[in-house]
Design a protein around this ligand. Structure first.
Ligand SMILES: Nc1nc2c(c(=O)[nH]1)N[C@H]1C(S)=C(S)[C@@H](COP(=O)(O)O)O[C@H]1N2
Ligand SMILES: [Mo]
Length: 198
């Protein structure tokens, strides 16, 4: 008789693949709060704004000329699906913040659809987050956040803002769209931080 532990679909490096309460999705569900914005790359701009109001921006041509990384990561949605070993190309947030002078500890990601989500700055650094523009060997589709989205795979996927436009440095933490609506402020899937109070 074989014993199957629900939720544990095998182990890599002694670590379970799936965080508590998650199931394995084989498709790639689309979850957006509103309609999909269509942003032409010739009008697209990515901006980093510091707490003093200083802004640094990249056109699509400038952004895609930056050094990129190809990463394979697991993603976990608060609606309980996870997708393992997804392949992305993106610019590490480390690269984007290289010449940015800030004393901030928090970041607000802001997207072209008005969506916002807050993340501690340290969670975007040290190879933990990317502004991703290719998925599975192809350009990132509009439904999944193309031209480019934030990718913060160690937090629930609502932190991975699609159609990213700006990273704004904040001295004090502020809730984004879902965080203000009762989702957990931090959103660690391994600690099952889905909603406020979890
Ligand atoms: N700009 C923007 N980013 C967003 C959202 C959104 O509505 N707008 N939804 C979030 C949520 S709740 C999830 S679960 C993921 C879903 O990403 P996917 O549609 O590529 O699966 O995007 C996140 N990023
Ligand atoms: Mo979500």
């Amino acid at each position: 008789m074989s014993i199957v532990t629900p939720g544990f679909q095998g182990r890599r490096g002694g670590k379970p693949d799936l965080p508590p309460g998650q199931y394995l999705a084989h498709d790639f569900p689309v979850l957006s709060a509103g309609p999909t914005p269509r942003i032409r790359t010739d009008r697209w701009e990515f901006v980093v704004t510091t707490e003093t109001g200083e802004a640094k921006s990249w056109s699509w041509a400038e952004f895609t000329a930056l050094p990129y990384e190809d990463v394979t990561v697991d993603i976990h949605c608060v609606t309980k699906w996870s997708k393992l070993q997804t392949g992305w190309r993106g610019v590490a947030v480390d690269t984007l913040l290289e010449d940015v002078d800030t004393a901030a500890d928090y970041v607000m990601a802001r997207s072209y659809d008005g969506y916002t989500t807050n993340v501690p700055l340290e969670d975007l650094l040290d190879g933990q987050a990317w502004v991703a523009y290719r998925y599975d060997g192809e350009e990132l589709s509009p439904e999944h956040g193309g031209p480019a989205r934030l990718l913060v795979p160690h937090l629930y996927l609502w932190k991975s803002a699609k159609w990213i436009h700006e990273l704004r440095m904040m001295l004090q933490d502020e809730p984004g769209f879902w965080e203000a609506a009762g989702y957990h402020n931090y959103g660690d899937p391994w600690r099952e931080q889905r909603y406020q109070g979890d």
